[in-house]
Design a protein around this ligand. Structure first.
Ligand SMILES: Cc1ncc(COP(=O)(O)O)c(C=O)c1O
Length: 403
């Protein structure tokens, strides 16, 4: 099994390409949680995520003949960019198969790092199948996204950096997709100090690890459903599972709504943009998904910042709704002059700002003499929302709160 020596060796190979990313104390999250919180800002890594570390270590350990033949992989996300840049830096040719739906920004970024991008199939599985065909046809080496010792060791260099910058660290919180990242980090940290606690975080809609640990073997989910695409994985790897079983102390899950709150809080308070998977460890901390002592030194690993701008818009609205800063309601009015005015007056009297308003007189499920109104409102927190909803209901409106 992978050990500390492998991660130390990886660090020498990775150092010329990957940045040693900052570890910063956070006043905001320390005061919100009571812990002594330091953020590992891997979101500032080259290519925007940690994937460059594992890919560089894997490609750097290829034989001369393997380098000559080039590498291939399949990915819709961060791994594509990591392999593309790692290969180019080492002087190895790369082919990355991406699903046809892959966001154009990611396709362009991957090409810009020097890879040949092949768009194939409707989903990741179809792209992976094509990548394995290319592996066989062209004799290229397939760079696995997580279930590979060299990849895990490369990701583990994050653990070495955390330990070097903050040797008194007590708990490190890491998102889990296929498990390569946490396997590497846990190996590095436990190798340095057995007492450092490593907590894994999965999205509730993509959680399979807790069940796998309970059963003692890898369990695969039927499907996944989460905004955190970096950890939207149906199962962990076989090799990563063995490492996790031995070295990870705890595994917890977070809801998408909690990820949205963590992401928007980080953006608003710390001016730092992460993607859903990157926000998951912070969500686990903010929502007390694991126990920690007052002033415990906790490091959430914010592992990536590659979020699609359209997804970001949705996540911000969701985060604001969850924190009472945005309210979407639907109600029904009599369809006559002045009815809308009366509703809007109550909203104004309670100091809520109207962001959008939709007035529909011909909806299918309302009476002929009624009109349906949807309001999007900027609000000032949960108490403000409650006061406004009570005022509307007291005035006789039936109000549905929309999510
Ligand atoms: C930003 C981010 N965080 C976490 C992960 C999970 O890493 P792993 O699959 O090694 O568990 C990924 C994987 O793509 C990712 O992109």
């Amino acid at each position: 099994m992978l050990d500390l020596e492998d991660v130390l060796a990886a660090r020498d190979r990775v150092a010329a390409t990957a940045r040693h990313t900052p570890l910063e104390y956070s006043h905001t999250f320390s005061s919100l949680t009571g812990a002594d919180v330091h953020l590992k800002l891997e979101t500032f890594q080259r290519t925007g995520s940690f994937k460059i570390r594992g890919a560089t270590n894997r490609i750097a350990t290829l034989s001369d003949a393997e380098r000559e033949a080039g590498v291939v992989t399949a990915s819709a996300g961060n791994h594509a960019q990591g392999v593309a840049l790692a290969a180019t830096r080492i002087g190895v040719d790369s082919v990355i198969v991406m699903p046809e739906y892959a966001p154009i920004a990611k396709v362009e970024a991957t090409r810009s790092y020097g890879a040949e991008v092949v768009l194939h199939g409707e989903d990741y599985d179809a792209a992976a199948e094509r990548a394995h065909e290319i592996e066989r046809e062209q004799g290229r080496t397939y760079v696995h996204a997580f279930d590979d010792d060299a990849v895990m060791a490369g990701q583990g260099t994050i653990g070495l950096e955390i330990y070097e910058d903050l040797p008194e660290v007590e708990t490190v919180v890491v998102p889990v997709g296929g498990g390569g990242l946490i396997s590497g980090i846990a190996t590095a940290l436990k190798g340095k100090n057995e007492d450092i606690r490593v907590v894994g975080v999965q999205a509730a809609g993509a959680a399979s690890l807790a069940q796998s640990l309970e059963k003692g073997e890898v369990v695969e989910r039927e499907g996944v459903d989460t905004i955190a695409d970096g950890i939207a994985t149906r199962k962990v790897g076989e090799r990563t599972f063995d490492v996790i079983e031995e070295r990870v102390d705890e595994v917890v899950t977070v809801e998408d709504s909690e990820i949205a709150v963590a992401l928007t809080t980080l953006l608003e308070r710390s001016k730092t943009l992460v993607e859903g998977a990157g926000a998951a460890p912070l969500a686990a901390l903010l929502f007390d998904r694991f126990e920690f002592a007052e002033d415990e030194t906790v490091v959430p690993a914010l592992c990536g910042g590659n979020i699609d701008m359209n997804v970001l818009t949705t996540v911000i609205v969701r985060g604001l709704i969850e924190t009472g800063r945005y309210l979407r309601v639907r109600t029904v009015l009599a369809d006559r002059p002045g009815a809308l005015q009366r509703l809007v007056d109550i909203v104004a009297d309670h100091d809520a700002n109207i962001h959008a308003i939709e007035h529909d007189r011909a909806g299918g499920d309302i009476g002929m003499s009624d009109a349906e109104v949807e309001l999007d409102l900027e609000t000032k927190g949960h108490d403000h929302v409650e006061r406004l909803l009570s005022a509307l209901r007291e005035a006789g409106y039936t109000v549905d709160v929309l999510v």
